[in-house]
Design a protein around this ligand. Structure first.
Ligand SMILES: [Zn+2]
Length: 426
């Protein structure tokens, strides 16, 4: 997969970025896009490639107890307190190459730039390439950052892999993560030494394309309520022989539930609150389903997100209430798996201001926006680490091979981070 087909390389930053993006894309190519499963050997190989590139530039590299790679200038390798810049290396199945990887490459460029140009960081900087962030493989999201901060919940540790059905904690153990610490909720990284956390990420919605902005400063990140599987159980029957009044059709019950949630969604938006809702997976039992059979059950997923915790609480209650009503109306039963919850997170107001000032000093239009997608940054923010994020314009959506980031946009966004890191702190 060629990430940038027709590009003429102008400077070392561009050459460096293009080389890393293209090499990782090739190394992790799937039949479409890239697949870098969380806690897999492909993910490890990606970290090893980044390690090699960093060592070639004379950077210091080590792995933390979560088996994430950490890069820094030689002079900062023993720094106790540091600014952490990073993102994740894993991807969704057949995903885009820049989701996650862009944030790590940006961090590496900042390190190399400081070294090559002799521009000192105001505070020591460590760049982290984290493992599993995507929920596509096990269900829980932000796995590596939660493990780092000692907040990977027990039900998340035991979540099973979509392919082999083995629990997450076993996959983590296989690659050498300190799982005893994870089990005991002992942080793998002491957050009081993290002076700030900063993440560059592609925007996963259309806002920056619409606004003709190459980069933006992020104000906050939506939290989410997730159910990997809700099962609606009804009663099987012949599609031609059972009259409507005698049916307990789980598919229509599920559709009824989704419709009711959709109506409430609109009401919440009309109140001016933030909310998005998605049912991304749904299926009847392939072993028994048939064109002419009323199915006995249907399974579906639910992903509800908002910047506002009260909107999430309201939707949780509504989901249960509506399910109970539909059970009574239609003679079906809804079974919920354990909810996976991630709280919304606000970026640090001081950092939003500093990053905005940095963007202005570089002659860019200042632009601040919320993040629709979830990011590791949310975990750091909720652990009390001052957190900031930069978005890069991205066409073609995200979590698919069509994602498209211009290298010039990426370098402008990286400049904001470098300007921030090299500016004196108030
Ligand atoms: Zn991401």
């Amino acid at each position: 997969m060629k990430a940038f087909a027709n590009i003429k390389v102008k400077n070392w930053e561009e050459e460096f970025a293009v080389r890393l993006f293209e090499q990782v894309a090739q190394q992790t190519a799937d039949d479409q896009g890239v697949s870098r499963p969380a806690y897999s050997s492909i993910e490890t190989a990606t970290l090893e490639y980044l390690e090699m590139c960093a060592r070639d530039e004379g950077l210091h590299v080590n792995y933390d107890n979560g088996q994430n790679a950490i890069f820094c200038l030689q002079e900062d390798k023993d720094a106790k307190d540091f600014v952490l810049v990073g993102s994740h290396v894993d991807s969704v199945p057949r995903g885009g190459n820049f989701d996650g990887l862009a944030g790590i490459v940006a961090g590496l460029i900042c390190l190399v730039k400081s070294q090559r140009e002799g521009r000192k960081f105001a505070r020591p900087v460590k760049v982290i390439a984290m493992r599993g962030e995507e929920s596509a493989w096990f269900g829980p999201c932000y796995i590596a950052s939660k493990a780092l901060l000692g907040v990977l919940a027990e039900n998340e540790q035991s979540a099973t892999h979509k392919g082999d059905g083995r629990p997450l904690i076993e996959h983590m153990s296989d690659i050498g993560v300190d799982v005893a610490a994870v089990r005991n909720a002992i942080p793998l990284m002491d957050s009081k030494h993290v002076l700030a956390y900063l993440e560059l990420h592609i925007e996963q919605g259309p806002m920056l394309v619409e606004k003709k902005q190459p980069a933006a400063v992020v104000s906050g990140i939506r939290g989410n309520i997730r159910h990997k599987r809700i099962t609606c159980i009804g009663e099987a029957g012949h599609s031609g022989a059972v009259p409507r009044a005698y049916r307990h059709d789980p598919v229509l019950a599920m559709a009824d539930l989704l419709n009711r949630l959709d109506e409430s969604w609109l009401t919440i938006l009309q109140k001016g609150d933030d909310l998005v809702l998605t049912c991304g997976m749904l299926a009847t039992d392939t072993a028994t389903h048939a064109l002419s059979r009323i199915p006995d059950s249907v399974g579906f997923s639910m992903d509800i997100r908002s910047q506002d915790i009260t909107a999430l609480d309201e939707m949780r209650e509504l989901l249960q209430d509506e399910a109970r009503h539909i059970e009574n109306d239609r003679g079906v039963k809804f079974q919920f798996d354990e909810e996976i919850f991630t709280a919304p997170a606000m970026c640090d107001a001081g950092m939003v201001e500093d990053l905005t000032q940095a963007q202005k000093r570089l002659g860019q239009n200042a632009f601040v926006m919320p993040s629709g997608g979830g990011h590791d940054a949310a975990v750091f923010a909720n652990a009390g680490v001052p957190t900031g994020m930069i978005f890069v314009r991205n066409r073609g959506g995200s979590h698919n091979p069509g994602e498209q980031m211009e290298i010039s946009d990426f370098l402008q966004a990286t400049e904001i981070i470098f300007e921030y890191l090299t500016s004196p702190q108030k």
